[in-house]
Design a protein around this ligand. Structure first.
Ligand SMILES: [Zn+2]
Length: 187
């Protein structure tokens, strides 16, 4: 049944855990790894793009755990009433149809009762949000950009002649310090 929330189109949809287990088969590894991806909240965007009486097409985006700032993996799920008709694909290198990203999306659909319509604009926006989020906690930063680092105040003499005098005085102080140090340790 369709429910309209503002301009959003949300439908009731859920995947049974038993269906996920049937799809994955005997191997526990995809479930374990997919569960970790789901728990880490790496499923950043998921929704349906098309549906008919026979099936529903779902698109999901999952953060690349090793490169969170890069374009996330794109997951395309074609879910039918019978698990044997499922066609699930992921853009990651594994490309097995049973990778952890696909399982994470399936687990997301198992733990929620509704799924939202996902337009092309939504996916582009999701990627934009992800990119800004990813670069904040994960991306490389200069030390000077960290909030705990105070930027030292740079002294700029108003008189350019004074600059030479300051350098001279500073140099003299360093030399005096070295001389005193030599006297303290005469060896
Ligand atoms: Zn994958």
């Amino acid at each position: 049944m369709d429910q309209t929330a503002g301009i959003r189109n949300i439908i009731d949809f859920n995947i049974k855990l038993l269906d996920i287990l049937d799809y994955v088969g005997d191997s526990v590894r995809p479930i374990r790894e997919g569960s970790a991806v789901y728990d880490a909240k790496h499923v950043v965007c998921i929704g349906y793009t098309n549906r008919s009486d026979q099936d529903i097409s779902i698109k999901g985006y999952v953060t690349q755990s090793s490169h969170p700032g890069n374009m996330p993996h794109e997951i395309c799920l074609k879910i039918t009433n019978n698990v044997s008709g499922w066609v699930l694909r992921c853009s990651c290198k594994a490309g097995t149809g049973r990778c952890k990203h696909i399982v994470a999306c399936l687990l997301h659909l198992n733990r929620s009762d509704q799924v939202e319509y996902l337009s092309c604009t939504d996916t582009r926006q999701a990627w934009g949000i992800l990119k800004s989020k990813a670069s904040a906690p994960w991306g490389a930063k200069r030390v000077s950009e960290l909030c705990c680092i105070k930027t030292p105040t740079r002294l700029v003499p108003t008189d350019p002649n004074l600059k030479d005098e300051i350098v001279k005085q500073s140099f003299t102080r360093i030399l005096e310090g070295m001389y005193k140090l030599t006297l303290s340790f005469p060896w």
